[in-house]
Design a protein around this ligand. Structure first.
Ligand SMILES: C[S@@+](CC[C@H](N)C(=O)[O-])C[C@H]1O[C@@H](n2cnc3c(N)ncnc32)[C@H](O)[C@@H]1O
Length: 240
């Protein structure tokens, strides 16, 4: 059974995830930085720095949301970044942010489903996804699509929550994720389910070596796993 945000509804995971992000879009950036004490910003910087040696010119940011990862990737001076997402609410917040920063010529945001990407084979020099793959309805399909639209020799970078495994971080993290984060998330976002879905989806998600196995199964090579902040998050990289 897939972990979904709204367990009392019959919609598929993809529709529920899109609805959830539409509901919380206005509060998403604030909650992200507040609930992670700003560490999410450091994680995105680290993920982008892993891509620096590749000097990618054309980049796809999947599950781009409000475009924070795409904006961070501008540090690599690409010609163009395209961000895709299934939540129009998140994209609207992202577009407003890009307009304010004068970045609309460099970053284009459009509706796009990771499991059926609207691009030709071998299009992008690099592909990034931050906190997106856990939300895919069909993880293998989403990762295969990433591989399909990546140019041969191109690199994919995936940043995602993982599960810390050693004492005392494991216990502290579980307490925070199960007891504090859902309460604060619910009060601020006004969505009853989003911040309960977050720890549940992290718990069910294949992290570490399990993720690497699936990543390789769909065709990525030279895969690497970097554990961040006691294993709370991980970066996975792979080449086509
Ligand atoms: C936690 S947000 C991450 C946003 C952004 N990447 C960041 O680092 O803040 C997850 C995003 O994934 C998007 N998403 C989930 N499933 C998707 C899919 N199948 N295709 C494209 N986007 C998807 C959601 O709509 C949401 O905006």
């Amino acid at each position: 059974m897939a972990v979904v945000p709204y367990k009392d509804q019959n919609d598929d995971k993809k529709s529920q995830v899109a609805t959830m992000f539409n509901n919380i879009a206005g509060k998403y950036d604030f909650l992200n930085h507040f609930l992670s004490a700003g560490i999410d910003i450091i994680w995105r910087k680290k993920a982008v720095s892993l891509l620096a040696p590749e000097k990618p010119k054309y980049v796809l940011d999947i599950a781009t949301g409000t475009a924070d990862f795409a904006i961070e990737t501008l540090r690599l001076n690409p010609d163009k970044i395209v961000g895709v997402d299934i939540s129009e609410g998140m994209l609207a917040v992202g577009r407003e942010k890009l307009a304010k920063k004068g970045l609309t010529n460099k970053i284009e945001l459009k509706y796009g489903d990771s499991e059926n990407l609207p691009f030709e084979d071998n299009t992008f020099d690099a592909i990034t996804v931050a906190f997106g793959v856990r939300n895919f309805e069909n993880l293998k399909k989403g990762l295969s699509e990433m591989n399909r639209v990546l140019k041969p020799g191109g690199t994919a970078v995936v940043l995602e929550f993982s599960k810390p495994r050693s004492f005392p971080m494991k216990q502290l993290y579980q307490f925070y994720f199960k007891n504090i984060l859902p309460v604060v998330g619910k009060i601020v976002s006004k969505d009853n389910a989003a911040y309960t879905y977050l720890p549940e989806s992290v718990q069910a998600f294949p992290d570490g070596k399990d993720f690497i196995s699936i990543f390789e199964e769909v065709g990525f090579k030279n895969t690497k796993w970097h554990s961040l902040t006691f294993g709370i998050s991980s970066i996975y990289t792979g080449k086509k």
